[in-house]
Write a protein that binds this ligand. Structure first.
Ligand code: BLA
Length: 506
């Protein structure tokens, strides 16, 4: 079946999550003028959390909190440090202060560290070192994620840690899990793309960690709502206390997780996956522990990037070797197309395909499992109409273009490169349909919000099996690059052949 989760989720993606106008109540937030350090905006719970006067707008930081905090902030602003993290006291209270610069002023956030929490960066440091050593000894991405899940749970104390990876359509698959058994296991399950809309994924590339200590919280407004410097809504993209989407809070309650902390896994700037930490009951963690978790996440990200890179490099070397072998046969051949077909094994192995064909004009040479000549010609005609032209890649042809569903058994995966600017000439590789069973956490059809009803996340996360058809094993970057390299080599051979021919006949 074709999943509806591939529809654009406009309604969810339009929620302006960067500018909610409110914060979560486990801390207080103020915005200061970058030069004078007078307060421009403040959350309405400041007096309660900070024990300060209720009227702080337009007053200088020094007057509200005393000289020492104001000095700390000035020193930080003069430094190159991107963020500020300090412990300070306000009256009888010990508070953690987080600071970051924005175009709308300096945002300072104050949190009272939870009473039960005595983890300091000093206590966490040896753990982080050991984690790094362990990671280096492992070979696979899956193993690295399993070790990371365990370590995240040790450090953070959450009930369940899930590590999941996004696929090409932004569904997430749980690769690793570590749990104390309080919450159910989701290992191996897939979560539909609609669970995390596009603007949230985009935000999570710049802000790598978010914490929601209690899904039942009441948001606290920030006043005045317009920023005095630019008259716009306050951008809380990088604020730790940013209030989150009510739809997502409902999702958490439906999942039975009242506290959540998630950390982005970034590979070459792309959101590769998330570490998702859940607690059945509300749970707060202090800023030092969050910093440690951010560091663990960065280390895991680097390990994944380096694994992906070395497996790409190894594949490229292997495929380059095959290409060299194949070219030996082509450079000396009278007809390169016929020579390709006579070296079918090598030709197909170049992209680990089960079939390959070359079409020039109406001439077709094929090897292995391919569609019939007529279907090949129709396919090449259609590919020619697709933009890009030089290269065409799909792992689900029959879904993308239902008129080709009849050839799904041999051609669900198609990798095609054009070898002539002038007339329809393609080299194509084919992969067969692989029918697979995907285990979703809940029926993914029910995850898609309708445009007529109010937005609601789904209720069930029970395993739901779906048989997926019309899909092939996806082509890797190394396979696509091998095809592109081979394309250039073929174009050169064909051109040279044409020149030789011209020289002979002139
Ligand atoms: C955010 N959805 C999120 C987040 C996660 C998930 C991790 C980030 C916030 C957090 O850390 O809790 C989803 N949690 C998951 C998934 C797993 C998990 C997939 O543990 C898998 C293991 N959500 C919906 C629908 C909408 C929606 C229908 O189900 C549409 C409006 C929205 N989810 C939504 C939004 C956010 C979100 C808007 C961003 C919240 C924010 O940062 O403000």
């Amino acid at each position: 079946s074709v999943l509806k989760t591939q529809l654009p989720l406009d309604t969810c993606a339009q929620e302006p999550i960067r500018i909610p106008g409110t914060i979560q109540p486990h801390g207080a937030l103020i915005v200061c003028h970058p030069q004078s350090l007078t307060v421009l905006q403040a959350s309405v719970n400041c007096s309660e959390i900070l024990g300060c006067d209720a009227h702080i707008i337009d007053r200088p930081l020094r007057e509200i909190f005393g000289a020492s905090l104001a000095e700390e902030v000035r020193r930080w602003l003069d430094s190159q440090d991107i963020t500020l993290l300090r412990t300070t006291s306000s009256g009888a209270k010990t508070l953690q202060v987080l600071g970051h610069r924005t175009a709308q002023g300096i945002i300072l956030e104050f949190e009272e560290p939870p009473a039960t929490e005595n983890e300091t960066i000093g206590a966490l440091y040896p753990r982080i070192g050991r984690f790094m050593d362990q990671l280096q000894d492992l070979s696979g991405i899956q193993e690295a994620c399993a070790v990371a899940a365990r370590e995240f749970r040790r450090v953070s104390g959450f009930n369940r840690i899930l590590i999941y990876r996004f696929d090409a359509e932004w569904n997430g698959e749980v690769l690793a899990e570590d749990s104390d058994g309080v919450l159910p296991s989701y290992l191996g399950l897939r979560f539909p793309a609609s669970d995390i809309p596009a603007q949230a994924r985009e935000l999570y590339r710049t802000n790598r960690l978010r914490l929601i200590p209690d899904a039942n919280y009441t948001p606290v407004p920030v006043h005045p709502s317009a920023n005095p410097l630019d008259k716009a809504s306050l951008d809380l993209s990088l604020a730790a206390l940013r209030s989150v989407s009510p739809v997502h809070l409902q999702y958490m309650r439906n999942m039975g997780t009242l506290a959540s902390m998630s950390i982005s896994i970034l590979v070459e700037g792309r959101l590769w996956g998330l570490v998702s930490c859940h607690n059945a009951q509300p749970r707060r963690v202090n800023a030092q522990m969050r910093t440690a978790c951010d560091l663990l996440g960065t280390m895991l990200s680097h390990q994944i990037a380096s694994r992906e890179h070395s497996s790409y490099a190894a594949d490229r070397i292997r495929l380059k070797h095959l290409e060299a072998q194949l070219l030996v046969h082509l450079t000396t051949a009278e007809s390169p197309s016929r020579a390709l077909a006579s070296q079918g094994r090598l030709w197909m192995n170049l992209t680990d395909a089960a079939g390959a064909a070359v079409i020039t004009g109406n001439e077709v040479f094929a090897s292995g499992e391919t569609p019939s000549g007529d279907r090949l010609r129709s396919l090449a005609d259609w590919i020619e109409t697709q933009h890009g032209g030089d290269q065409f890649v799909t792992a689900n042809l029959g879904q993308q273009q239902p008129e080709f569903a009849d050839i799904a058994d041999v051609a669900s995966g198609v990798l095609a490169v054009s070898i002539s600017q002038l007339h329809r000439s393609f080299i194509l590789w084919f992969r067969p349909e692989v029918v697979r069973t995907v285990h979703w956490a809940g029926d993914p059809q029910k995850a898609v919000p309708s445009t007529t009803e109010p937005l609601r996340p789904r209720h069930s996360f029970a395993s739901w099996a779906e048989q997926q058809r019309l899909r092939a094993e996806p082509w890797s970057r190394a396979h696509i690059d091998a095809a592109l390299d081979f394309r250039s080599a073929m174009i050169n051979i064909v051109l040279r052949r044409a020149e030789e021919h011209a020289a002979l006949t002139s």
